[in-house]
Design a protein around this ligand. Structure first.
Ligand code: HGY
Ligand code: MN
Ligand code: MN
Ligand code: MN
Length: 431
């Protein structure tokens, strides 16, 4: 956990944690992660998309690899475990498996995977999309789903993704070489804190993830007319901020009436932004998620119709630009199975790690039939799922606080998670 704290100190906002794509902080955490990967006997490289990778090859260097990892970038004013703890756990799992398989570098044997497949740790860049709006840039490059139109995406300072990549030392022309072929991967496993209250409420440590919510992100613009705040009677106003405010409340009303549909307005601005001017323009974001793409899209159509009604009634105009669209990801049954087996083996009464876990965890966690959760939070598996099977393990996150400095996870749950993930990999190898 000390390493989570060490990474948390690498931030562009002293006193808070903010580490966005292709920033100097991104370069520093990649270097640090690479150092820890090499300590664990991995061969490290940064790929042309800015992902930091660590490989433990199988005896057959052409064998496919099982990828394990998460992301090192953060949202603005983030917690210190989202993504980060999953990358560090992946390094520990690979270290543990070498020891178990007798192939640890310090045994004098060549550092190699004890299985027929290799093991590769991925520290993806830009899972959050905090800088350019489009999320999953790093994992999309590995999945071979990169879209060259993304190079023109701009950050709030007007820097394009291409300019930022060149400044970071990447060659945009080589991004396609980050892509893997499906036959090069056995699968992808990710451990992540649950970014919700379920496990905490159930008093359980670990869960299998069944699927990851589909996500669409929009930037919306409402156009009215800037007028004098004093001299303009209400019946002559076309107040863009009030139209956008009604729209944000409509998103909450419509989404909260659905199951597993979540809509959030996270960014909201009024222009010209003067105290004595009726806002002539408002801009706001919409993050819309659903367990199933079709349901999510139906709700987007419903929201769009409601915005037409609101803006029509207020004599306003609105338009939108979609900046991110990721379909729902359903975790592969086999990988759900091995993660379940990993939890069972870890928490089975009498197992060493169970003893360490303490009676509280044992009493509550359903060892025989581990809890399976839908993930309303997005993860890199949504991109990697384009080329290989995805499995995820959740660890309890007290109160479910995330994307906030109070984000937490217990050392005990992380220790159980490392063992469960290692058991899952061993189980996969035995399949
Ligand atoms: O936004 C999400 O759900 C994830 O944390 N990137
Ligand atoms: Mn996140
Ligand atoms: Mn995350
Ligand atoms: Mn099995």
């Amino acid at each position: 956990m000390a390493r989570c704290d060490e990474l948390a100190r690498i931030t562009s906002t002293p006193g808070a944690i903010t580490r966005v794509h292709l920033s100097p902080e991104h370069a520093r955490v990649n270097r640090l992660a690479a150092e820890w990967m090499r300590e664990a006997g991995l061969q490290t490289r940064q790929d042309p998309a800015g992902n930091q990778l660590g490989l433990l090859p199988a005896a057959d260097p052409d064998a496919p690899v099982l990828m394990l990892g998460s992301h090192l970038d953060t949202v603005v004013n983030a917690g210190r475990y989202d993504g980060v703890v999953g990358v560090l756990m992946a390094i520990e799992v690979v270290r543990l498996l070498q020891r178990r398989g007798g192939t640890a570098a310090d045994t004098g044997a060549p550092a190699q995977s004890p299985f027929e497949f290799g093991l590769e740790v991925a520290a993806f860049s830009d899972e959050e999309g905090a800088r350019f709006g489009k999320a999953l840039l790093g994992s999309s490059a590995v999945a071979g789903t990169w879209d060259d139109a993304w190079w023109e995406l701009e950050d709030p300072d007007g820097t394009t993704l291409r300019e930022a990549a060149l400044e970071f030392g990447l060659d945009p022309g080589r991004v396609a070489s980050a892509a893997r072929r499906p036959d090069q991967l056995v699968g992808y496993l990710e451990a992540h804190i649950e970014q919700g209250p379920e496990l905490h409420a159930r008093g359980e440590s670990l869960a299998v993830v069944s699927s990851i919510a589909s996500a669409r992100r929009f930037q919306l613009v409402v156009e009215g007319e800037a007028r004098h705040a004093g001299g303009t009677p209400y019946d002559m106003r076309r107040d863009a901020l009030l139209g956008a405010s009604e729209a944000a409340l409509a998103v909450e009303r419509i989404c909260s009436a659905q199951h597993h549909i979540i809509g959030t307005v996270g960014q909201f601005e009024a222009f010209p932004g003067a105290m004595n001017v009726v806002p002539g323009e408002a801009r706001f974001s919409l993050d819309l998620r659903g367990e199933f793409d079709g349901e999510r899209d139906r709700v987007w159509d419903q929201i769009s119709r409601e915005l037409d009604e609101i803006m029509g009634r207020r004599r306003l105009r609105w338009h939108t630009r979609e900046v991110h669209n990721a379909p729902a990801l359903f975790c592969a049954p086999l990988l759900q199975d091995v993660v379940s087996e990993g939890i069972r083996a870890t928490l089975a009464p009498g197992s060493r790690s169970a003893a360490g876990a303490g009676a509280g965890v044992l009493a509550s966690t359903r060892v025989d039939d581990p809890t399976t959760l839908f993930s309303p939070a997005g993860h890199d598996g949504m991109a990697i799922g384009a080329i290989t099977d995805v499995g995820m393990l959740f660890m309890r996150n007290p109160d479910g606080v995330s994307h906030h400095p109070d984000e937490a996870v217990s050392f005990g749950d992380v220790a159980l998670g490392i063992r469960a993930l290692a058991e899952a990999v061993a189980h996969l190898a035995a399949e």
